[in-house]
Design a protein around this ligand. Structure first.
Ligand SMILES: O=C(O)c1cc(=O)[nH]c(=O)n1[C@@H]1O[C@H](COP(=O)(O)O)[C@@H](O)[C@H]1O
Length: 275
């Protein structure tokens, strides 16, 4: 998907919500366990109930990989069930030496090889340019590079200072030599609202994938106050708060109600920038 197509979706749906399909077989409603593939059935119903309210789905591959072959099958089926006009994210946090990264890129981008073709994949920047470049060889596919993450451990490395900048600032600066804002986004956690001011100094026009609202307590208001751009420039993810809104048979309607609350707040923020 191109940047323009993504922006058009945001305008049309008045939403910049990413629904996170962090689907844990131990947490899904009991009545689904009689299905052949309970995780896929859960995802299918969540997607059907929320697809008009969000512009993106993020599949965190850990929740699938941990189940071995069965999990990988749920992952492939879910990836292929996602509506084509919705931006899809394989949240796999990959990155390795060049020839290995090329294999990871095929795994998530090459339908002919792996049976899946996501629009984007999350990548760790630690191994540098040659670990990221293989993902950038695919047209209209995106790298979402970890910049400033939402977790407590982000402080361990991401705020370390070199001569003139913090490590996450160096990630933002250096990686812009590798790709434009038509192919690169950054992960910035919602739990550090005011850090968006600093992020926007270095990446004024890039889209940011923002996890951490909902279950982790980040504020959508703060994220928008400091992070929104004239093109919106934000994809805000919520996983557990939406998909586990109810553990009963009404789980999909409850997920829809939660997604709608967030979407309505987003519509107000988008109005401020004339969308
Ligand atoms: O890359 C991510 O998506 C990510 C980065 C980050 O800094 N923090 C973070 O929570 N995430 C992911 O975003 C999702 C957040 O889920 P909830 O806290 O349930 O909304 C999970 O899939 C996390 O793995």
């Amino acid at each position: 998907m191109t940047r323009q197509e993504l922006i058009a979706q945001i305008k049309k749906k008045k939403s910049f919500l990413t629904v996170g399909l962090d689907t844990d077989i131990k947490k899904i409603p009991q009545h689904l366990l009689t299905f052949d593939d309970p995780v896929f059935e859960f995802n299918k119903q969540i997607i059907d109930a929320t697809k008009d309210l969000c512009v993106s789905y993020k599949i965190n591959t850990a929740f699938y990989e941990c189940r071995g072959l069965a999990g990988w099958q749920s992952l492939v089926k879910t990836a292929n069930y996602l509506p084509k006009d919705i931006f899809s994210i394989a949240d796999a946090k990959r990155g390795d030496i060049g020839n290995t990264s090329a294999m990871y890129a095929d795994a998530f981008f090459s339908q002919a090889d792996s049976g899946m073709s996501f629009d984007s994949v999350t990548v760790a920047p630690y191994m540098g340019k040659d670990s990221v470049s293989p993902f950038l060889k695919f047209q209209n596919k995106w790298v979402i590079l970890l910049a400033l993450t939402s977790n407590e451990g982000a402080k361990d490395f991401q705020f370390l200072k070199n001569e003139e900048s913090l490590l996450f600032e160096s990630v933002l600066q250096k990686s812009q030599e590798w790709a434009s804002n038509e192919q690169m986004m950054y992960v910035v956690g919602a739990t550090r609202g005011d850090a968006f001011l600093q992020i926007r100094k270095h990446a004024p026009n890039h889209f940011l994938l923002v996890p951490g609202v909902g279950a982790q307590g980040g504020s959508l208001g703060d994220v928008c106050q400091y992070g929104i751009t004239k093109d919106c420039g934000l994809l805000v993810n919520s996983s557990r708060a939406i998909i586990y809104a109810s553990s009963g048979e009404d789980f999909a309607q409850a997920a829809r109600a939660e997604a709608q609350k967030v979407q309505q707040q987003m519509a107000k923020e988008l109005e401020k920038i004339g969308f």
